[in-house]
Design a protein around this ligand. Structure first.
Ligand SMILES: NC(=O)c1ccc[n+]([C@@H]2O[C@H](COP(=O)([O-])OP(=O)(O)OC[C@H]3O[C@@H](n4cnc5c(N)ncnc54)[C@H](O)[C@@H]3O)[C@@H](O)[C@H]2O)c1
Length: 333
């Protein structure tokens, strides 16, 4: 019989319902305990998912209950402290919401705490599990469009850390999570916008080079070309277009299709929770591992840093604070 993984969810707000759905539909998991500092939300969530063990203090929950998997579904400022502390309490895996953290210093500390405690860390960039993107990545690996040389991503609306974090993460995923050498970028911030309690910007553009010379372009914010997680992959022998506005979720053209657009048949998908269990049992990295989350956060931070320094930023980034925060503190934006 399969092992049953005992789950705790920390933060019972909007996105936690997506996590609960994954656990409820996965026979190898049961939601054992939940935590929220807001008692009303906690009780309503417990009632909805029939979880009796409810805690306003997540540390007390982790000390009292035997938990295998934890979903961290709080706002970004809390991701690092909660993940770092949770990793010390004998859990096997943590699925923490995006963006990974407020800055790279926090992201690094999350990776260290999970490594030291033998915990598999996953960041919830769940669009990696959306089958059109999964299939496109496989087609690229299989050479369906020859050698890929450019990836153009568009995330209309929102900002880099809230929405385009998914688009950038997908661009890295599509190129097999290869390392990026440098990033150049610019942002515009009008007024004092925030998103999920973090400083935000209105518009951003980033251009970057993977170490193998493939180029990426990301447009994010209020005046992009149309599209949401719209990604165009250019290869020497064909093209793949994902989430084309008004078009299918995936289409491609190459010599085999005679240059005409075709939509491939998509494989069945899995959820981030299923991959977390598989990663634990096979002792491998999650598809959206902490390291992948860090690489995505680093690229976002490098766009801010390039805007701040007015120069190209070589990776790995040295600045561990958010350059957007530094620019705001210095009164530049
Ligand atoms: N993956 C996605 O596509 C996606 C979509 C929407 C939001 N998100 C992300 O999910 C995160 C949460 O967003 P949301 O809309 O659910 O926020 P929310 O404000 O609705 O929920 C956060 C909950 O965390 C609780 N909380 C705060 N500190 C806590 C603590 N110490 N212990 C226990 N509970 C605590 C709050 O009381 C609140 O109920 C954000 O980082 C956001 O970017 C991801």
């Amino acid at each position: 019989m399969d092992k049953i993984y005992k789950v705790a969810i920390i933060g019972c707000g909007g996105i936690s319902h997506m996590h609960a759905g994954w656990y409820v539909n996965e026979p190898r998991t049961e939601i054992t305990a939940i935590s929220d500092i807001d008692e009303g939300r906690l009780n309503a969530y417990g009632e909805k998912y029939e979880v009796e063990k409810q805690y306003t203090d997540y540390i007390e929950m982790l000390k009292t209950e035997e938990i295998d998997l934890v979903s961290v579904c709080t706002r970004p400022k809390h991701h690092a402290p909660l993940v770092i502390e949770t990793a010390k309490h004998g859990v096997k895996g943590i699925l923490s919401e995006k963006p990974m953290a407020e800055n790279l210093g926090q992201g690094k500390a999350m990776l260290e705490s999970c490594a030291q405690n033998g915990v598999k860390l996953a960041i919830d960039h769940q669009v990696r599990f959306s089958t059109p993107y999964q299939h496109a990545r496989q087609m690229i690996l299989d050479g369906a469009i020859g050698d890929i040389f450019r990836i153009h991503g568009i995330c209309g609306g929102g900002d880099l850390k809230d929405n385009a974090t998914h688009t950038v993460d997908l661009m890295l995923y599509l190129h097999d999570d290869r390392p990026v050498s440098w990033v150049i970028g610019q942002i515009e911030r009008i007024g004092t916008p925030t998103k999920y309690d973090l400083h935000s910007e209105d518009f951003a553009v980033g251009y970057f080079k993977f170490e193998d010379n493939v180029r990426g372009i990301i447009e994010s914010g209020n005046d992009t070309a149309p599209g949401y997680h719209h990604i165009y992959c250019y290869g020497t022998e064909g093209e793949i277009e994902l989430a084309a506005p008004g078009g299918p979720s995936i289409r491609y053209r190459n010599q085999e299709t005679g240059g005409a657009w075709e939509t491939p048949e998509l494989p069945p998908g899995i959820t981030p929770v299923q991959d977390l269990i598989n990663a634990i049992e096979e002792d491998r990295e999650h598809r959206s591992s902490g390291h992948c989350g860090y690489a995505t956060l680093e690229l976002l931070m490098a766009i801010y840093e390039s805007s701040r320094k007015r120069q190209r930023i070589q990776l790995p980034m040295e600045e561990m604070e958010s350059p957007l925060t530094l620019m705001i503190e210095d009164g530049w934006v």
